[in-house]
Design a protein around this ligand. Structure first.
Ligand code: IVH
Length: 675
């Protein structure tokens, strides 16, 4: 074995570990993203050449290993307990009294208050400082082994840090919460909707769904985060209390929530609760309450636990924003990919300032689990910006008028039999000529995630379809000014405008066309990946499954869906018709040309972007050979400003750097002249 390679690998891992901790845990990077990426790439290349030198703590595990067949059980060293809930200051006073009585003391108690994150509890076992096993809570005694998935969560250390040579325990069992920050949640749901998948109801479900993926590569693409809140074997950390324990865990490299505070009496605890409740909507992640813990470890030990929860801690929950209303009817909607979703029509009710009229019921499992019936009185809740959901039925309000929700066996739109795919909770209409599916496809094609044809929003497309002017995608390019002008609510001017808008879309980029076709599992991001790999549509259409799966970021399902789409004779004819109608598809920049186009430029993003997520924007820069910085420095060449850009924008102006809007950035990336 070449000692030089071994040393280089060790050096790279040390460097990456250090910089990842600065970036993901301390939020204070000291090198540019591009430099970090270069280190990471070198590591991946060296390990690919020397697979025998890959270690379990290598940062290369962040990208996700091979998929698993099933999760193995993982036994916990000590039970993972739950917490008792309280809802008022009075109940907190009672908790404190109970603690006092149990300890037979009148001494003042010190409490640690922590935000209660709404995610998933995980257990992380470190042996000799290296992450060995990561698991879910399961039944508290045995969980599921999700080590490979947890390794992809960037803020979970794969190897403990030992600043100033502090001793690392032989075995350390750390516990904390994995969660999906709001922005990542919104982004994930937008993507799912674009790809014809049902959105997740809340960040907690999305986090759970992301972690419980047999393929860790899927987990790796979800922007999950982690905060530590305790240990399973406190005896190995010599900390006198919870505060000191968290500080020590921070030194080992774990992210510790910055909102954790020590409170010296009941008044301070109450004030902290009020404060957290007041700021909860401004946080980047959801919290559903505050956890209060007796700080002193010795007292914790004396207090012990019941079978369910420790006696030294309690969860003081926030009141949920809920209301009761009635399910008046259930409608089944057919989406673009044929998925049939039950939607409840509710008697309108105000929840936290917004009127709720409808709620998705997701699927049959969800309806059965909650035992929902038409005319049921139900509790609805709106959490943050999340779509309203039905929490439960108020069974006491039933009067016998309730009707079971009957799932159609035939498509409500076309009457074809509905199919339940194996392993999926959704049912689909398999009729490719289903008018409802077709309508949704056409709406998608002309809409914002498709060609974005001005004047052809949802309502107008519906009208054109109903009037028989449009039946297939090519029909958009066959529209006739006279017939349009004669439609209800139209006129010569609007007809002319729409025809001009359609004409303007006759020349379009390959990625845009692929995305607009509405192929299942193929959203904007996938379309971009495909367009960068294939010179034209013909090449893509003849690619086989293996070729497609070789593209980084494209999995088996997507590859299969693409093959099926392009093998289909009618789809091929439809595409041929587009060409005959004069639709010109421009090749995107190939990997080689795009790699060089932003060469030497360093981008900084600030403020909220409207169409791209931060991650997408960064990926775009990197895909075009540029670099991304996270703070203003001499190296930055371009600053892209979104909404509410703050100090970074001012600083960029002072330094005289190029300042771009998001739109200008997109134009730049698409290779058009910025004008
Ligand atoms: S302490 C034995 N601290 O809440 C102590 N839990 O309702 C158990 N949670 O399963 C947990 N934030 O997933 C603790 N700062 C925090 C927490 C927290 C969220 C979750 C955790 C636990 C659940 C109990």
């Amino acid at each position: 074995m070449d000692q030089g390679t071994v040393d280089r690998l060790e050096h790279l891992r040390e460097q990456i570990r250090f910089h990842a901790h600065r970036y993901y845990v301390l939020d204070d990077p000291v090198i540019a993203d591009g430099e970090y990426d270069a280190l990471f790439r070198e590591l991946l290349e060296l390990e690919a050449a020397h697979p025998e030198l890959v270690t379990p703590d290598s940062p290369s595990h962040r990208v996700g290993g091979p998929p698993l067949d099933a999760f193995a059980p993982a036994e916990h060293v000590s039970p993972m307990l739950s917490l008792d809930n309280i809802f008022s200051a009075g109940e907190f006073a009672a908790f404190k009294e109970r603690v006092r009585r149990y300890l037979k003391t009148d001494e003042p108690l010190r409490f640690v208050t922590e935000p209660k994150l709404d995610g998933l509890a995980v257990d992380l076992v470190y042996r000799q400082g290296v992450l060995a096993v990561g698991s879910t809570r399961g039944d508290g005694l045995v969980g599921e082994n999700i080590t490979a998935q947890l390794k992809t969560v960037a803020s979970i250390p794969l190897k403990l840090l030992a600043p100033d040579g502090a001793a690392i325990p032989e075995e350390l069992v750390v516990r904390g919460e994995v969660f999906l920050p709001r922005q990542g949640f919104a982004q994930l749901n937008r993507q799912r909707e674009r790809e014809g998948e049902a959105p997740f109801a809340n960040p907690r479900n999305a986090a759970a769904g992301s972690l419980r993926q047999l393929d860790p590569k899927i987990t790796a693409r979800r922007p999950l985060a982690f905060y530590v809140y305790g240990v399973g074997n406190p005896e190995v950390v010599a900390a006198p209390g919870q505060e000191a324990l968290l500080a020590q865990l921070g030194r080992f490299g774990f992210p510790v929530n910055t909102l954790i505070r020590v409170c010296r009496d009941r008044e301070e605890v109450e004030a902290r609760y009020q404060h957290l409740m007041a700021i909860r909507h401004e946080l980047e992640y959801e919290i559903d309450g505050m956890v209060v813990k007796v700080d002193d470890m010795g007292l914790q030990q004396r207090l012990g636990a019941t079978a369910r929860a420790p006696r030294w801690a309690v969860a003081w929950k926030f009141p949920a924003v809920q209301a009761t209303t009635v399910i008046e009817a259930v409608e089944f909607q057919v989406g673009r990919t044929g998925a049939v979703t039950p939607v409840a029509h509710l008697r309108p009710v105000e929840v936290n300032g917004a009127v709720v009229r409808r709620a998705t019921l997701h699927n049959r499992d969800e309806i059965e689990r909650k035992d929902l019936r038409v005319h049921d009185t139900v509790l609805v809740q709106r959490a943050g910006d999340v779509i309203p959901e039905i929490v439960k039925v108020i069974v006491e309000q039933r009067n016998g008028r309730e009707q079971p929700i009957v799932f159609p066996t035939a498509c409500p739109e076309c009457g074809d039999p509905l199919l339940a795919a194996a392993g999926e909770a959704v049912i689909r209409c398999g009729n490719r000529y289903c008018p409802a599916q077709n309508l949704q496809k056409l709406i998608h094609f002309a809409g914002k995630s498709g060609l974005d044809i001005e004047g052809l929003g949802k309502k107008n497309v519906e009208q054109l379809v109903n009037e028989g002017l449009i039946r297939t995608i090519p029909d958009f390019f066959r529209l006739d000014a006279d017939r349009l002008a004669r439609l209800d609510g139209w006129g010569e001017k609007s007809a002319e405008n729409v025809l001009a808008a359609v004409a303007a879309r006759k020349t379009l980029g390959l990625a845009q066309l692929i995305g607009a076709l509405g192929i299942r599992h193929v959203g904007e991001v996938t379309a971009g990946l495909l367009a960068r790999r294939f010179a034209d549509l013909q090449q893509l259409m003849t690619a086989d499954k293996e070729q497609l799966q070789h593209i980084e970021g494209i999995g088996e399902q997507t590859a299969e869906s693409l093959c099926a789409y392009f093998e289909d004779q009618e789809n091929r004819e439809m595409i041929a018709q587009l060409a005959d109608l004069g639709v010109v598809v421009l090749a995107e920049m190939t990997e080689e040309t795009s790699r060089t186009s932003l060469d030497g430029r360093v981008f900084l993003f600030t403020g909220t972007l409207q169409t791209l997520s931060r991650d997408e924007a960064k990926q775009l820069v990197k895909a075009h050979g540029g670099q991304v910085a996270t703070s203003i420095s001499q190296r930055v060449t371009d600053v892209v400003v979104g909404d509410k850009a703050g100090s970074k924008k001012r600083k960029a102006e002072e330094l005289g750097l190029a300042i771009l809007s998001e739109e200008a950035f997109l134009v730049l990336i698409s290779g058009e002249s910025a004008g």
